[in-house]
Design a protein around this ligand. Structure first.
Ligand code: 1CP
Length: 360
């Protein structure tokens, strides 16, 4: 990887491990963090959430967001911390009403797509000041060697929640809108692209070492709409960040992209790509990892079921992807019934791994 050209992430000796891998270096054993590592499977998280009174209070109170971000670092010593927030604070900042009912997922008040824009990106980013304050405070509380990740939702995934007003099995309402009124959906996507560039840039300015763009519902689109609504918006976000002189690694996570992963990496120019647990390891080794470092992809349910099956699943990932740049992670967030003893077992196995022999 050439260093020093504009927009190319560079890794210096002594840089944080996760940043080094995201910049193209292979480290062994691979660094490790875990999607949703601050979450309900941890008793200390549940206690802080109860103290906060609600999920959004947790997100918008920098002291509490800092506390829950640091909890899994203290307990497990992960190599990266991820800002505690949610992808849906962006629609809220854009003026859409958001709430979290206890025991249910997020709810958003639906609106007339034809009545866009809600508010302009600069106003929305101004409203997110507590998030940037949390980033700075998390950085101050982290060990020097721990990478701090910022994030946002990909425009398509955020749009699916904005349109449906909630999560659904297949985000059908947004796919329907994309087919019946693509121009209105495109205007929403454009607003989210602009807002996401400013939002991620502000997180980096506050101290994030790298950022991840979560496209949980990207793989749910057919080829043409995947290109238009998943690939192109993320490409514009990466380009927008690079245009502002921001060179930190950008991880794309297009869940369900499958065979479209190589095209996604090549077209968006993300620095690294997150893999869901369904990604085929041999395919990734042969067709994705030569293009970019990868992150993933243990099935989160392995942390519920544990045992020899957990060990074998970890070994398959290390054995197949360990010869190239790899950040060990889950293929999606840990579930509330994920077991703490299995998390510890996973970390010990990854950190204790000997040199790999390719299992391919
Ligand atoms: O305490 C609780 O009950 C809330 C559970 C919870 C948590 C811990 C939600 C509600 N969000 C979060 C935090 C969160 N969300 C993080 C923090 C960092 C981390 O530890 O990983 C991140 C990165 C997210 C991102 C997010 N939110 C995504 C993308 C990644 C993914 O998980 O697919 C999505 C789709 C959301 C929306 C959302 N927020 C919360 C829930 C339960 C959901 C999914 C709703 C649904 O689809 O039905």
């Amino acid at each position: 990887m050439d260093s020093g050209s504009p927009g190319t992430p560079t890794s210096q000796p002594g840089a944080r491990k996760v940043v080094r891998v995201l910049s193209g270096e292979r480290l062994w054993p691979p660094p490790i963090w875990m999607m949703r590592q601050a979450g309900r499977y941890l008793p200390e998280y549940r206690a802080t959430r109860a103290e906060a009174g609600g999920f959004l209070e947790l997100c918008y109170t920098p002291r509490l967001a800092t506390e829950v971000t640091l909890q899994p670092i203290r307990r497990f010593g992960f190599d990266a911390a991820i800002l505690f927030s949610d992808i849906l604070v962006v629609p809220q900042a854009l003026g859409q009403k958001l709430w979290f009912a206890e025991g249910e997922g997020p709810r958003l008040e639906t609106f007339d797509l034809a009545a866009l824009p809600l508010v302009d990106p600069a106003t929305a980013i101004g409203r997110l000041a507590p998030v940037f304050e949390a980033v700075a405070s998390i950085r101050a509380g982290l060990p020097a060697e721990t990478t701090l990740l910022g994030f946002c939702g990909a425009p398509w995934t955020v749009a699916t929640y904005m349109i449906a007003g909630r999560g659904t099995d297949d985000q059908g309402p947004a796919r329907r809108a994309a087919q019946t009124d693509p121009a209105a959906v495109q205007r929403l996507i454009d607003l989210l692209v602009e807002t996401s560039i400013g939002y991620l840039a502000a997180q980096v300015e506050a101290g994030a070492d790298a950022v991840q763009i979560f496209d949980t519902w990207g793989g749910n689109l057919d080829d043409a709409d995947f290109e238009r609504f998943a690939v192109e918006p993320v490409r514009r976000i990466v380009e927008g960040l690079r245009g502002r002189g921001i060179g930190v690694p950008v991880i794309g996570f297009p869940k369900g992209a499958g065979a479209r992963l190589p095209a996604y990496v090549a077209r968006t120019d993300v620095s690294a790509v997150g893999l869901d647990w369904q990604a085929s390891l041999g395919f990734v080794r042969d067709h994705v990892q030569p293009l970019a470092p990868v992150q993933g992809n243990l099935d989160p349910l392995r942390l519920v079921t544990g045992g020899a099956g957990l060990d074998a699943a970890i070994d398959r990932i290390l054995g197949t992807l360990g010869a190239g740049p790899l950040v060990f992670n889950l293929g999606h967030g840990i579930t509330p019934d994920g077991r703490i003893d299995n998390v510890t077992r996973m970390i010990e196995r990854v950190r204790g791994a000997g040199e790999v022999r390719d299992h391919g």
